[in-house]
Design a protein around this ligand. Structure first.
Ligand SMILES: Cc1cc2nc3c(=O)[nH]c(=O)nc-3n(C[C@H](O)[C@H](O)[C@H](O)COP(=O)(O)OP(=O)(O)OC[C@H]3O[C@@H](n4cnc5c(N)ncnc54)[C@H](O)[C@@H]3O)c2cc1C
Length: 393
């Protein structure tokens, strides 16, 4: 049997950050990864540039994780965004921040973040499919080959499964009696099923308000968000959609307010030109709008007040039916996971099985778009590191 102090399942940002911290303290660590190489998802973050944190204060950060914020507060107290910057820079990864407060490596390469996390002081095995985990005589034993005092589940959520995040960690946790909140997509695009938007694919609009009923909340809250939107071949995406997506159920209606209105004009211009001049909306979008209202693009002199009213109504409240089928495949984050009330918020140790820990997206939290999810990985992983280190004192 090969013996370790800590075995970490999953070589994503959470698992690797933890492994690096443990290795720097000479704590014997093994990381088991099922894919052919570590950090597959990390490498595609921020469009390959890795938006690893933000310049915002901890207080501001904590308003971006919904109900999980209180739980995560302890991890942020252990490793704040500021500490994170210092951590990476101390390990020779220079960073820079943009005007939108997002922090990236100066090289703009996610690959360099991964290189910083890898360290030959911990063992990493890839392409390994775990068959069995058990706890015997106070040790965790994997496949009767690897034995460890501590076991850390850092297997991520279920979004973008092509990177290895397929929910295995939920099953490992269940075998130790943990309960799982069903996973669903977060930071995802919406597929529109009520109409075909392929003709307006690629159009991006600023300052669009999206409204949906949060059917998941017991109080049936109305959720609203205003930001940039982009039409895709099959639906809508962009920051306004990504940040609200975790509140949508599988099929529901949403409404868009384009925050534009027109006046009735009679200056003999074509209606589409007049709308473009008054709203700044792109022609392709205006043509689609008129078509959806069955309004013929005519001289404004012939346009009735009723038609102007119906255009304004549509610009203020355009209803679409959406579907989330297959959405996890392309989502950037997972809502749901290991229930937080079964995990010690200071050390992230399981309350149900001693020396079992969790970090990263496998836990039931999901941050907004823009560096919040990776920061939660660094902070939760650091808490586990402190918890394990404390055992040794
Ligand atoms: C396209 C995209 C862009 C993103 N961009 C950003 C961004 O710029 N900023 C940001 O903050 N967040 C971003 N995110 C979110 C961020 O990448 C995730 O929140 C983060 O990767 C989660 O880290 P993790 O270590 O918990 O899990 P993961 O990164 O999913 O890593 C888990 C690892 O565990 C391995 N694993 C799973 N099951 C097993 C098993 N049974 N045995 C062994 N290994 C296993 C997986 O193969 C994987 O390597 C992005 C996500 C996507 C999909």
């Amino acid at each position: 049997m090969k013996k370790y102090n800590t075995i970490i399942i999953g070589a994503g940002p959470a698992g690797l950050f933890l492994a690096k911290n443990l290795a720097e303290n000479n704590i014997k660590t093994l990381v088991i990864e099922k894919m052919s190489s570590p950090g597959k998802k990390l490498l595609i973050t921020g469009g390959g540039m890795c938006n690893l944190s933000r310049t915002d204060s901890t207080q501001d950060f904590l308003s971006h994780y919904g109900t999980a914020s209180r739980f995560l507060g302890n991890s942020f107290a252990n490793l704040s965004p500021e500490d994170t910057v210092e951590w990476f820079e101390k390990r020779n990864l220079p960073l820079f921040s943009r005007e939108d407060n997002k922090i990236f490596p100066k090289s703009k390469k996610a690959e360099d973040v991964l290189k910083t996390l890898l360290d030959n002081r911990f063992e990493l095995i890839t392409n390994y499919k775990i068959e069995n985990i058990k706890r015997e005589n106070g040790y965790y034993i994997i496949d009767n080959i690897y034995q460890s005092t501590n076991l850390v589940i850092a297997t991520g959520g279920m979004s973008f499964p092509s990177t290895g995040a397929t929910g295995d960690g939920y099953n490992y946790a269940k075998s130790f009696k943990h309960n799982i909140k069903a996973a669903r997509a977060s930071l995802a695009s919406f597929k529109i099923i009520s109409e075909n938007v392929s003709q307006i694919e690629g159009i991006s609009l600023q300052n669009v308000t999206i409204t949906l009923d949060d059917l998941y909340s017991k109080k049936k809250k109305i959720r609203k968000n205003t930001d940039d939107l982009i039409f895709t071949r099959i639906g809508i995406s962009g920051p306004v959609v990504l940040d609200i997506s975790k509140y949508a159920t599988t099929e529901q209606s949403i409404s868009l307010n384009f925050n534009k209105q027109i006046e009735k004009e009679s200056n003999n211009k074509m209606l589409s030109n007049s709308i473009k001049q008054q709203t700044g909306l792109p022609s392709r979008f205006i043509n689609y709008l008129l078509k959806s209202l069955s309004i013929i693009d005519d001289k404004t002199i012939n346009i009735s007040k009723k038609k102007v009213t119906s255009i304004n109504e549509k610009l203020r409240k355009w209803d679409f039916q959406i579907s989330l089928k297959g959405q996890l495949k392309g989502a950037m984050s997972t809502e749901g996971g290991i229930k937080l009330n079964e995990v010690d918020k200071k050390t992230l140790e399981s309350k149900l099985s001693e020396h079992l820990y969790f970090c990263g997206e496998v836990l039931d939290y999901s941050g907004d778009c823009g560096g919040y999810n990776l920061q939660a990985c660094w902070s939760t992983a650091y808490s586990v590191y402190l918890g394990i280190k404390e055992q040794l004192n």
